[in-house]
Design a protein around this ligand. Structure first.
Ligand code: 3PY
Ligand code: MG
Length: 272
């Protein structure tokens, strides 16, 4: 119950709360700059969208507009920052991100640095200035942010794997995110999903069991083919599509379908 309004407190639907409750959350990965893409994808029923500032094509102004588009669409905005740097993380959070994915976290010290950047004291060292996000969420943002923000270090190197138990045990970490492309490269495998290859399977098992032991969620970049297996394996944050891939495959399939209906000579100057 909210003491001031006498209204029943709304259930916490933040990602950390949903993962603690055992929910599996599915998301979409956004590489293309601009709010419209997030508005379209965000309206399809995903639990979250990632605005990928590491490998995507957006700068801060675009990311801000994309976070606002996610808010409008009612989908949780998560930002992948370029690097584990408090200034970048603070700006993404102040803009309204409710989860931060931090690439290439290889040690517990690096995980602590990420937590410090994401959470306010006493749990972290985030600087106070939630100008846009408190406009969205009201003054109670400051008191609730630490519990609602998902801190998500990426496990994508052999070093990270060697330290995965300590990284998972770092106070304030909400989930560990496997990057199958970089992780595979680091293991000497072709980039991507290498299910069936023992080194890859073992890496996934190690991350999953560290997460389970420490009570944090396991997360992974995925696709429509592999996502059902990832759900079965116990992952709780699974990306199932990417804007660039979805646009490419849908437009290719549509073009091919229409091309099949062309009469044999249409559009073929050699037949004239
Ligand atoms: C990786 O697979 O390396 C990633 O960072 C996923 O986006
Ligand atoms: Mg990566």
């Amino acid at each position: 119950m909210n003491a001031q309004t006498k209204e029943p407190a709304r259930p916490d639907r933040s990602l950390p709360a949903r993962w603690k409750a055992g929910e599996v959350t599915l998301g979409a990965w956004c590489m293309m700059p601009g709010a419209l893409g997030v508005e379209i994808v965000g309206g399809q029923g995903f639990d979250w969208v990632v605005i990928d500032m590491q490998h995507g094509c957006m700068g801060y102004d675009d990311a801000l507009a994309m976070i606002r588009a996610a808010d409008l669409a009612g989908v949780c905005p998560v930002v992948r920052v370029t690097v584990n740097e408090p200034g970048l993380i603070g700006r993404a959070l102040d803009a309204g991100a409710m989860g931060i994915i931090i690439p290439m976290v290889n040690s517990p010290a690096e995980a602590s640095r990420a937590v410090d950047a994401c959470l306010y004291p006493p749990l972290g060292r985030r600087s106070l200035g939630p100008v846009r996000v408190a406009t969205r969420d009201g003054p109670e943002y400051i008191g609730t942010a630490n519990g609602r923000i998902a801190v998500i270090p990426m496990i994508e190197t052999e070093d990270a794997l060697a330290n995965v138990d300590e990284i998972a045990a770092t106070p304030g970490v909400s989930a560990l995110f496997i990057g199958p492309f970089d992780l595979s490269l680091s293991l000497g495998l072709p980039p991507g999903d290498n299910d069936g290859i023992p080194a890859f399977d073992d890496a996934l098992r190690r991350v999953l069991s560290a997460c389970k032991r420490c009570g944090v969620a396991a997360a992974v970049l995925s696709n429509a083919h592999v996502a059902p297996l990832r759900i079965e394996q116990g992952f709780q944050m699974i990306s199932v599509t990417m804007d660039t891939v979805a646009l490419g495959s849908a437009s290719k399939a549509t073009l091919a379908a229409v091309q099949q209906t062309l009469p044999p000579s249409a559009g073929n100057a050699a037949d004239d």
